[in-house]
Design a protein around this ligand. Structure first.
Ligand SMILES: [Zn+2]
Length: 195
């Protein structure tokens, strides 16, 4: 037997095991710890999980970001303006943030500056919200989490929403984000029409 990387016990065996992927369970045969259930997921197993999870057309992963009440009120207003639910709006912000904004050559500076301003403007005690997302989006979120060394995947949605709300906000507008604003409005509108 091999040593478990999670609990250090000598209980690693090969055989049927279950891996939790968001709200779903992936069943496979792999090396796993009989004691704590830990499965060391290598590249091949990860590829199998991805292939299986990408087959779901529904949202199987739930992000639980935290936002201040002031920010959630602003999100409610903006979502209504675009004829989207709050969850849909937060998801569109996340997609736009990951696909478009991270490609901006000044992203690193903008990220710090814009998010700082959004946090300063929308202060207060933060509360948790639950946003179900599809696995496709989760993979992008997961990658960003690792690249930017964030603690939780939900932190990506927090950043994305804060960033997008700030660039939609006239008063909080920053010179460099002005051209992003029009792109974001078009992006959210086209998504609202498609949903
Ligand atoms: Zn273990």
């Amino acid at each position: 037997m091999n040593i478990c990387a999670s609990c250090n016990s000598d209980s690693v065996v090969f055989g049927k095991t279950k891996i939790k992927v968001g709200r779903e369970i992936f069943e496979t045969k792999a090396e796993h710890c009989e004691k704590c259930g830990h499965v060391a997921i290598g590249p091949q197993l990860q590829a199998e999980i991805d292939k299986w999870a990408l087959g779901f057309s529904k949202s199987i992963v739930e992000l639980q970001p935290y936002f201040s009440e002031a920010m959630l009120n602003r999100v409610t207003d903006l979502a209504r303006m675009f004829n989207l639910s709050k969850s849909e709006f937060m998801k569109v912000c996340t997609v736009f943030f990951l696909l478009r904004l991270t490609r901006n050559e000044n992203f690193k500076t903008l990220r710090t500056e814009v998010i700082r301003r959004a946090q300063a403007k929308y202060q207060g005690k933060r509360e948790k919200v639950c946003v179900p997302i599809k696995y496709q989006l989760f993979k992008k979120v997961d990658l960003y989490t690792r690249v930017w060394k964030l603690e939780y995947e939900a932190n990506v949605m927090e950043e994305a929403v804060q960033f997008c709300v700030a660039i939609l906000d006239h008063r909080a507008q920053i010179e460099e984000t002005k051209r992003q604003r029009a792109a974001l409005i078009n992006f959210v509108r086209s998504h609202a029409m498609a949903s």
